[in-house]
Design a protein around this ligand. Structure first.
Ligand code: GLP
Length: 238
C-alpha cells in the first residue's frame, strides 16, 4: 500500500495524530510508540495530554539524541521529551528511552539501543518529522537505506535549522546518535507529520521522487503502512 496522505487544517493535525496513536495504545497490552522531537510532533503531544494517565503499559523510544551536550542541557532530546511527553502525559520516566550519548563507546551505546528496541518487541507506531533536506531522525542525505542506530555528523543545513533552539550556531552539536533508516523501516507503522512550506519540496521528493539515500525519507515508499498528515503548505507540491 502506498503512503496514505491526509491534508488537514493545521489545528486538526494534532488531534488526528493523537487518535492514531491512541488506537495503537488501546489495541495492545504492551504498546511501543516511537517518538520524534522537533516542532512537527508538538501538536500531537499536546493533544495526547488529554489522555494523561492512560499510558501505564506503553513504552516509548526516541529516534535520536545529540552527542556533546551536557546531560542536563535543556535542548538534549532526553530533556525535550521530559517536557513534551513525560510530564504532560504523566509517563513513568523509566518507560521513555533515548539513545545514551554520555558513554565512552558510542557504537556500543547504539548497539544497546537496538537491543532495547528488539527486547520491547519492536516499535508498533513510529512518529516522524521530516527535515527540509529530506532527513528522517538524523539520517542525513547519503545515509544507507538499511542503516542501523549509529553516530552521525550533522549537516550544516540541519545545524542551521536547529540553531533556533540554541543561543548560537556554535552551540549546536556537530554529532548525534540516530536510529538508522533500516531501524525505522522495521516499525510496524509510520506516522509522518509535516507542516509549512519549508517541507513541501522534501515531502514531494520523499513520496514521489526516486528511492535514494539522497532523500532519506524516500524509504517511506518502501514501507507498506505509512500515514502522512500534512497542512496545505507542506502539501503544496504533492
Ligand atoms: C530534527 C530531528 C528530526 C525532526 C526534524 C524536523 O533535527 N532530529 O527528528 O523530524 O529535524 O524538525 P522540525 O519538526 O522541527 O521541523
Amino acid at each position: 500500500t502506498p503512503p496514505v496522505v491526509r491534508r488537514l487544517d493545521s489545528t486538526t493535525i494534532g488531534p488526528t495524530a493523537a487518535n492514531l496513536v491512541m488506537e495503537v495504545v488501546r489495541g495492545s497490552d504492551a504498546p511501543v510508540i516511537g517518538v520524534a522531537t522537533g516542532s512537527s510532533p508538538s501538536p500531537l503531544y499536546a493533544a495526547l495530554s488529554a489522555e494523561k494517565g492512560n499510558f501505564a503499559a506503553t513504552r516509548w523510544f526516541a529516534l535520536d539524541e545529540y552527542v556533546g551536550l551536557p546531560p542536563n542541557h535543556p535542548q538534549s532530546y532526553v530533556k525535550v521529551l521530559e517536557r513534551e511527553i513525560v510530564e504532560p502525559l504523566g509517563l513513568d520516566p523509566s518507560t521513555v528511552h533515548v539513545p545514551n550519548p554520555h558513554v565512552d563507546d558510542l557504537e556500543e551505546s547504539a548497539a544497546d539501543y537496538e537491543r532495547l528496541i528488539a527486547a520491547a518487541g519492536g516499535v508498533d507506531l513510529q512518529v516522524l518529522g521530516i527535515g527540509r533536506n529530506g532527513h528522517l531522525a538524523f539520517n542525513e542525505p547519503g545515509a544507507a537505506l538499511d542503516s542501523r542506530t549509529r553516530t552521525e555528523r550533522l549537516t550544516e543545513d540541519t545545524r542551521r535549522a536547529n540553531e533556533r533552539f540554541f543561543d548560537s550556531l556554535a552551540e549546536v552539536p556537530t554529532h548525534c546518535l540516530t536510529q538508522g533508516l533500516g531501524t525505522i523501516r522495521e516499525a510496524h507503522a509510520l506516522l509522518l507529520i509535516a507542516q509549512g512550506s519549508g517541507k513541501a519540496q522534501a515531502l514531494h521528493d520523499a513520496l514521489h521522487g526516486p528511492i535514494t539515500p539522497r532523500c532519506p525519507a524516500s524509504i517511506l515508499q518502501l514501507h507498506g503502512n505509512v500515514t502522512v498528515l500534512v497542512d496545505e503548505e507542506a502539501a503544496a507540491l504533492l
